[in-house]
Ligand binder design. Structure first.
Ligand code: DX5
Ligand code: ZN
Length: 216
C-alpha cells in the first residue's frame, strides 16, 4: 500500500479552506506542509498560524516538511500546531541525533530529508531511529520543478540499507511526482508520495489524488 501526501504549496491560498476540503474528500493519506524560511531555501512559505488553521479543518494527519535552518528552535511549536510527522533536513542539523530525539519527545513521528546531492549512506548511524526518510527529487524551495532521474538509484540504495537496519522505515519522495514516475518509484521502494503541482494544477484535484493512490 502506498501513501499520498498532497502538498498545498501551489494551492489557492485565497481559498485555503476549500482546498483542504478537497483533500479531506479524497483518498489522500496525509497533507504535506512545506515550511520555508528564506535562508535554508530561497523561498518563504507560511508558519504556525496557517498550520493551526489547517489542523482545525483537516481530517488527515499533517506531514510537516521543515526547510529551515535551526529547526531545533521550533520543533515543539510545530508539534503544538498539530504536526503528526516532522521532517528536518540532514543539511540543516549539525546535531541530527539530538534533533530526532527532540521530535520524538513531542510525540510526533520523525523524518529526515536529503537534498539531491546528499548520499543516503550518511544516515546509516541513525536510520534505526527514524520513522521516515524523505528523498528530495528536486532541489527544495519551489513546486513545479522537473523530477531528477538519478533519484531512482538513491531510493534503491536506501531501501537496501533499511532492509538491514530498519525494515519499518517509510521512504518518501517529494518533487516532480506524477503518474509518469510513481510506478517506477514504487518499484524502487517508495512508500509515501508528495505531489503538489500535479494535484493542484489539475482540473479535478480529488480525482488526481485518487488516480495517484490507485496507480500502483
Ligand atoms: C519543494 C517542496 C515540495 C513541493 C513539491 O521544495 O518540498 O513539497 O511542493 O511540488 P511539486 O509536486 O510541484 O514538485
Ligand atoms: Zn515538501
Amino acid at each position: 500500500m502506498i501513501l499520498i501526501s498532497p502538498s498545498i504549496l501551489n494551492a489557492d491560498f485565497l481559498n485555503l479552506g476549500s482546498q483542504i476540503e478537497l483533500i479531506n474528500k479524497s483518498e489522500a493519506d496525509w497533507i504535506h506542509l512545506d515550511i520555508m524560511d528564506g535562508v535554508f531555501v530561497p523561498n518563504i512559505s507560511f508558519g504556525f498560524s496557517i498550520i493551526k488553521s489547517i489542523q482545525s479543518c483537516s481530517n488527515k494527519p499533517l506531514d510537516v516538511h521543515l526547510m529551515i535552518v535551526n529547526p531545533e528552535q521550533y520543533i515543539e511549536r510545530f508539534a503544538e500546531a498539530g504536526a503528526y510527522l516532522i521532517t528536518v533536513h540532514y543539511e540543516a542539523c549539525p546535531h541530527l541525533h539530538s534533533t530526532v530525539q527532540q521530535i520524538k519527545n513531542t510525540g510526533a513521528k520523525a523524518g529526515v530529508a536529503l537534498n539531491p546531492h546528499t548520499d543516503v549512506g550518511l544516515l546509516k548511524p541513525i536510520l534505526k531511529d527514524l520513522d521516515m526518510v524523505l528523498i528530495m527529487t528536486v532541489n527544495p524551495g519551489f513546486g513545479g520543478q522537473n523530477f531528477i532521474e538519478s533519484s531512482y538509484e538513491k531510493v534503491k540504495d536506501l531501501r537496501t540499507l533499511s532492509k538491514e537496519l530498519n525494515p519499518e522505515l517509510l521512504i518518501q519522495v517529494d518533487g516532480g511526482i506524477s503518474t509518469d514516475n510513481i510506478k517506477q518509484l514504487h518499484d524502487a521502494g517508495v512508500d509515501v508520495f508528495v505531489a503538489g503541482t500535479f494535484v493542484f494544477k489539475s482540473e479535478n484535484p480529488i480525482n488526481t489524488i485518487n488516480v495517484l493512490k490507485n496507480t500502483v
